[in-house]
Structures are given as C-alpha cells and as structure tokens.
Design a protein around this ligand. Structure first.
Ligand SMILES: [Zn+2]
Ligand SMILES: [Zn+2]
Length: 341
C-alpha cells in the first residue's frame, strides 16, 4: 500500500510499504478520510517522543473495514466505521481508578498511520472505541471523533450552566470544537479570543457570542465588560503557550474554573499569583486525552448532525500532497485539512 512516512522533522515521503494485516481482535481499515491535527503539526516540526522516526503518522480517520482478525464479533468486512486511535487496557493502576485517559497501555495500543491507504486498529480500540458510521455522516466529519472526544472529556469536568459565560482562548480546531460543543450543551455566551482574522471570522460565523482580537490588547477589559466586571465562569486555554496559561487565570471570576487544554512544550514553566488562586478560589484543571464515555458522547453528538463539524475542514487533498498540506498548516489560515487516499 501507499503510506506517508515522516522521515525526519520537516520531511514527508509517500512510500510503498507492506499492507497491514489484522491480528486477533484487530481490524484493518481502508482509510476514506484522515484529518490533520495540531499534534501532527508538532510531530512534523519536531518529531514525537513516543514515535521514533521514520514513522507512519496521522491518527484521526474513518473508513471501511477491509479485514477482520480472529475473534472480532462486532464488525465485518465492508462496514463503514469511525474510531479514535486508542483504547484503555482496563488493567493498569490508572484504569483501575477510573483514569483511563492516562492509561499506561494506551500508547502501546495506538492506531498510527492514517495518512495511508490502510490502517491497522488494535484490539482494545476495536472492542471499545470504534463505531459504525451513520450513513448521514460524511467520512470527513466522522474523522472528528477523536478531537471532539478529547474536548468533551475536558468539558465533563466542570459543572456547566447554560447561562455561564465561557472564554475560549484560541480558535484553531480545538478552540472551535469547544465552541461547537458548548453550543450543543446550550451554553451560548462563548467569547472566543484569537489572533488571525481568518479564525476570528470563522468563530463569529459559528455563532460566538463575542470574538476578541488579542492583537488589540484589551481582551481582559472586553471579558469584564461582558460579565458585569466579574470575569468568566470558565476559561479554556487552547493555545499551549505558557504566557497564555498565565493570562487565563486573570480572565476568570472568583470561584471560577480554568481548563488548560493546550499542552505546552516540555520543560516550560508558568507563574501564578498565589493570592489570586487561593483567596479567589480558582479551580485549575488540565485534562488530557479521552475516556470511553467521552468517545461515546462524541459519537452521539456527531451522529445527530447538529454540530456543524464540516465547517472546521478547510479543504481536502489527495494522499500524495501531504507535504503541501503541512506547509499550508504552518501558514495558519486554515483549521483542519482532510487527506483522502
Ligand atoms: Zn488529534
Ligand atoms: Zn490502562
């Protein structure tokens, strides 16, 4: 089969490699759509600590089952499916304590290589985190299952109220998925902070209560103005920049919550005013990855067709143009690209 390999940071090559086969409990999926993700861009630029180079990459996908391994009962050849790349082991210390999102075994059971004609999906994924794709959902939208599940895992932690004011910092795929998910939960007062005109406009088009151009500086003032001087009930940081982590704590109201969704570079540090955290009782959370409950909820939200996920897919390209796709991603006037084998 043809597969894109990341040879070294900045270099992608489409190569003929061995087509994967399905072991016990596994399936092989013929990829019909793969989506780019911020993690892929980071991997493209600097490699990935868990995936030695050269490596297959791409992890957001949907497709058609081409082969089922021994013992797979819930799927058959030809089924159209959507899936996340990982599934919990159920046995490690963390899984036993309900923290399957940080499962020790998740990386060993990871479906990697969606920018290819076929992808092998490990058994814990097939048995727990793969679903039949509804006919009314396009393959491209179905491939949003994973990023949306991560967002929903984060949003499962605070107690949301419909009249909350939420600030989302960053209007890339993750920021905008937060906006769409909050709307789906009935939370309409979502203020989006961003820098690029393309992203500010899209956030507005998707119904953000207010969009604030951070280039203009006075974002804290705009948030206070929208909240009778209190600050937001919830602030969600989606940029992964240490200075933005620090600033987000000053946008929330007393007793409010901050979610650090965007992971920063390894070794980065941040500083907070302890008085602000303690005497204003600020809750800080830093959710990582996803749970089965979040995947199921993501599947339900996508299936019922209200999410408008399509609007996050800027354009589509064939498999042999992945290099161009990554140049476009670096320029930034886009959200996600679909890669179609
Ligand atoms: Zn992703
Ligand atoms: Zn585990």
């Amino acid at each position: 089969m043809l597969a894109n390999l990341l040879i070294k940071p900045g270099q992608i090559e489409l190569r003929e490699v061995e087509t994967p086969t399905a072991g016990a409990g596994e399936v092989v999926v013929k990829v019909r759509a793969a989506l780019t993700c911020g993690t892929d861009l980071k991997t493209f630029l600097r490699g990935h600590p868990k995936f030695p180079l050269p490596t297959l990459f791409g992890h957001e996908f949907s497709g058609e089952i081409a082969q089922v391994g021994k013992g797979v009962k819930n799927f058959k050849e030809g089924d159209e499916v959507m899936s996340v790349p990982s599934g919990p082991c159920g046995q490690c210390y963390f899984c036993q304590r309900g923290q399957e999102n940080i499962c020790d075994g998740a990386m060993a059971n990871y479906a990697l290589g969606a920018y290819a004609e076929y992808i092998r999906v490990p058994a814990p994924v097939v048995s727990q985190n793969m679903f039949e794709k509804p006919a009314n959902l396009s393959f491209q939208e179905a491939a949003l299952l994973e990023p949306l599940a991560c967002v929903l895992h984060g949003l499962s932690l605070p107690k949301l109220k419909e009249d909350d004011t939420v600030v989302v910092i960053g209007a890339g795929a993750i920021g905008l998925l937060h906006l769409l998910a909050l709307h789906a939960f009935g939370v309409r007062k979502v203020i989006v902070l961003a820098r690029r005109p393309y992203k500010l406009q899209l956030a507005k088009k998707l119904g953000a209560y207010k969009v604030v151009d951070v280039n203009e500086g006075l974002y804290r003032e705009s948030i206070l103005e929208a909240t009778d001087g209190r600050g937001a009930d919830l602030v969600i940081e989606c940029t992964g920049q240490p200075p933005v982590w620090e600033a987000s704590v000053n946008m929330v109201r007393r007793g409010g919550e901050v979610i650090f969704f965007g992971g920063c570079k390894q070794g980065s540090t941040v500083t907070f005013d302890t008085h602000r955290l303690h005497y204003d009782q600020i809750t800080i959370r830093s959710p990582f990855h996803l749970t089965r409950a979040a995947v199921k909820q993501s599947y339900e939200l996508l299936s019922d067709g209200r999410l408008m996920g399509k609007s996050l897919i800027t354009d589509q390209f064939p498999l042999n143009q992945l290099h161009e796709v990554f140049s476009l991603l670096q320029r930034g006037d886009c959200i996600k690209y679909a890669v179609i084998p």
